[in-house]
Ligand binder design. Structure first.
Ligand code: GYE
Length: 333
């Protein structure tokens, strides 16, 4: 009996020892060096992209660019993709889940500027670097997140305003279709545009509404504005091509003449917008490049090598109108 009891305690001891050993196998989060347990165990780092939604050509092109760049570097990285389906709260919890999984780094395209501060704190506590791409979020670069890679949205608005002033001789009744309220990009595209048209006494915004960057909402909002304003509308400035294309459909349905009687300018440079320019339905679009993959991964690698990074990395963008749309439509998304 005594012997049996003794043997049992030895067995329990051995079991405890084994459990302790398994526990040691799980690596703790260890800084930005990429030894977090989110790795695939085969020496690869796990890098995540927390996307806000995946609708519309621009965002689909962005997601594809991130995925294909990760695939090109698949010898070094395992890739995790999350889609918040257009809800900021879901995007916050997606990032929280990625932190809990202990991924090695997170690329975040924040839907809204506010709402991420506690997430940034959690990532910092877990030593997981976050690089913002495409939009800004409130916080300090180098502290709350590594850096932000984006276009200069104020300049985009200025370029649109300047172009429209020139084309209309400084006289226009403008409908502004705005992007998602609360996003850094909608604020900046409004601001830049207003700065420019404000220089012309006869350029007036006769209606300005949020159409959430989507074609369907752009069309619906435009239908209502046409009913209220009719012929007073001589120009549309949309914060993206999708809303501009929605507005064009609404104008045509109302028997109006987009591209001729009503000037249409927007931002992005997607294929269907360049096609609309070629067809004469639309006048111009300021490019906003969605192909973040190469620069996002290069920036992360620079960070891991300990290189000093700027607070913001700004993409260079082009401008498309009737003079060059045909030349670039082939490479557009
Ligand atoms: O212009 C728009 C998209 O955040 C810069 O968001 C991006 C904008 C882009 O939905 O089409």
């Amino acid at each position: 009996m005594n012997f049996l009891l003794k043997n049992r305690s030895v067995l329990v001891l051995i079991m405890l020892f084994a459990i302790a050993l398994i526990g040691c196998e799980r690596k703790p989060a260890s800084g930005t060096g990429g030894n977090n347990a989110g790795g695939d165990g085969g020496g690869k780092k796990t890098v995540a992209f927390a996307q806000m939604e995946n609708t519309g050509p621009w965002r689909i092109a962005e997601s594809e660019s991130m995925k294909s760049e990760a695939a090109k570097r698949a010898d070094k990285y395992a890739f995790v993709y999350t889609d918040a389906q257009g809800t900021t709260a879901k995007q916050v919890s997606d990032v929280e889940d990625l932190i809990a999984r202990k991924v090695d780094a997170i690329f975040l395209a924040p839907r809204e500027a506010e709402g991420f501060s506690s997430t940034f704190q959690a990532a910092k506590a877990a030593n997981i670097p976050i690089i913002l791409i495409d939009r800004e979020a409130t916080g300090t670069p180098g502290v709350d997140f590594v850096t932000v890679i984006k276009s200069d949205f104020i300049k985009e608005g200025q370029r649109a305003g300047e172009w429209l002033a020139k084309q209309t001789g400084g006289k226009a009744g403008i409908v502004e279709l705005k992007g998602t309220t609360g996003s850094s990009v909608a604020n900046d595209r409004s601001k830049g545009f207003m700065d420019e048209i404000g220089k012309n006494a006869d350029m007036k915004i006769i209606a300005s509404q949020d159409a959430n960057f989507t074609r369907a909402e752009g069309q619906k909002v435009m239908e209502n504005i046409i009913q209220a304003q009719g012929k007073a509308i001589t120009a549309v400035y949309a914060h993206n091509d999708e809303m501009a294309l929605g507005a064009i459909a609404a104008l045509k349905a109302a028997g109006m003449n987009p591209g001729k009687d009503v000037m249409i300018i927007s931002v992005d440079g997607q294929k269907s917008a360049l096609q609309a320019i070629i067809a004469g339905d639309m006048n111009a679009t300021v490019e906003c490049n969605p192909r973040f993959g190469p620069i996002a991964f290069d920036t992360l690698e620079k960070f891991w090598r300990g290189e000093k990074l700027p607070a913001q990395i700004i993409n260079e963008d082009r401008f498309f109108d009737a003079s060059n749309a045909a030349q670039f439509v082939g490479e557009a998304y």
